[in-house]
Write a protein that binds this ligand. Structure first.
Ligand code: TYD
Length: 137
């Protein structure tokens, strides 16, 4: 089983439209230290292709749709994101790739830490070796 989940956000909305507010606490798992967003990516491009040693992230497709491929070194799973009311919560040591971007896709990522290149594992073989040493079961 891959260690991820989809968070269902509380939507505050009325006749004027919808709004989601995210703060650490009941609705959100960590203190947000960094936000970035990705858009204008062609459908067939594969982004990501990395894992993080410690970073946790929540990924929200705020517009359009895309696919997230998650890999824990033993299994792979594809999660389709197309709903701004949900967030994909990905913890550390998960290889991720994202692709199949719709033209209107905007992906917003909320991260638990500041940007730190040394937290990235960008080579898949290195990732497999690192997760294998942490595979206690
Ligand atoms: P990268 O993580 O490789 O993007 P993706 O996985 O979406 O394809 O990042 C692309 C570039 O942006 C890379 O040079 C690092 C830089 N970057 C930052 O400077 N700060 C950030 O918070 C992020 C996520 C990336």
């Amino acid at each position: 089983m891959i260690d991820y989940c989809l968070l269902n956000f509380r939507v505050r909305g009325d006749h004027s439209g919808k709004l989601v507010a995210l703060e650490k606490g009941e609705d959100f798992p960590f203190e947000i230290k960094r936000v970035y967003y990705i858009w204008a990516t062609d459908r067939d491009i594969i982004r990501g292709k990395h894992a993080h040693r410690a970073l946790e992230q929540v990924v929200i497709c705020t517009s359009g749709s895309c696919d997230f491929i998650l890999d824990n070194g033993r299994e792979r799973e594809t999660v389709h994101l197309d709903n701004p009311e949900q967030g994909l919560y990905i913890r550390n040591n998960i290889w991720r790739e994202f692709t199949n971007f719709s033209d209107d896709c905007v992906v917003m990522v909320l991260a638990s830490e500041h940007y730190d290149e040394s937290d990235y594992i960008r080579d898949y073989e290195t990732f497999l070796k690192e997760v294998a040493t942490k595979d206690y079961c």
